[in-house]
Write a protein that binds this ligand. Sequence first.
Ligand code: FMN
Length: 220
Amino acid sequence: MHMKTAIPDFTQQEIDAIYRVMAQRRDVRHFVPDAVDPTVLTRILGAAHLAPSVGLMQPWRFIRIQDAALRAQMVQLVEAERDCTASALGERADAFLRLKVEGLRECGEVIVVALMGQREAHIFGRRTMPEMDLASVACAIQNMWLASRAEGLGMGWVSLFEPQALAQLLAIPPGATPVAIICLGHVEKFYPKPMLEMEAWAQRRTLVDLVYTDQWGGAV
Ligand SMILES: Cc1cc2nc3c(=O)[nH]c(=O)nc-3n(C[C@H](O)[C@H](O)[C@H](O)COP(=O)(O)O)c2cc1C
């Protein structure tokens, strides 16, 4: 097979940088409370909006939380779900409760990412898999994660909440639904590897075990 040379749009240094950002991106739960520069926040949201989306539906909506009382109520929601998760985990409950699972009180910025309503109108790429709207929002959040890391800011994705309760708190209309509480802010340092790995909750698997040829389980 003839191997064509790739289009040389980026220098080797730039190529290295994008892989380095991906490798050094972390889910962050320890923040220092300094404010996030609004121009940086605008760039990070701009990165989110550059994400791919099914049928170009751009189903993401961002709610910036500035009211301290609202943030405190969100902390309550997350705490309540943390307890429910611990109960559901059975014998791993204690180990789970020892983990830090969010930095909502300390982080400089809190942004809720929600799926828009009236998504039924968008059929292109969703007829058989309507959840592709959520996949699109996840792409936007990943862009925020990478942009934040490149900007030297930490970001954490918090999904420990009851979506209906959060929707009610933030006046999210019927049909729309929150999918992430994003904690964004300055950090002392980035964890060298996933915090859940450092805390021995789970380990990263080897890629070769997850890549198949031709059929599920087929050797590469
Ligand atoms: C969809 C999604 C939801 C997540 N929700 C939470 C959460 O509620 N609390 C938390 O501490 N981490 C959450 N995480 C972070 C993961 O635990 C983390 O990505 C994983 O352990 C790997 O670590 P890394 O992101 O630092 O590579 C979430 C990640 C994703 C992708």
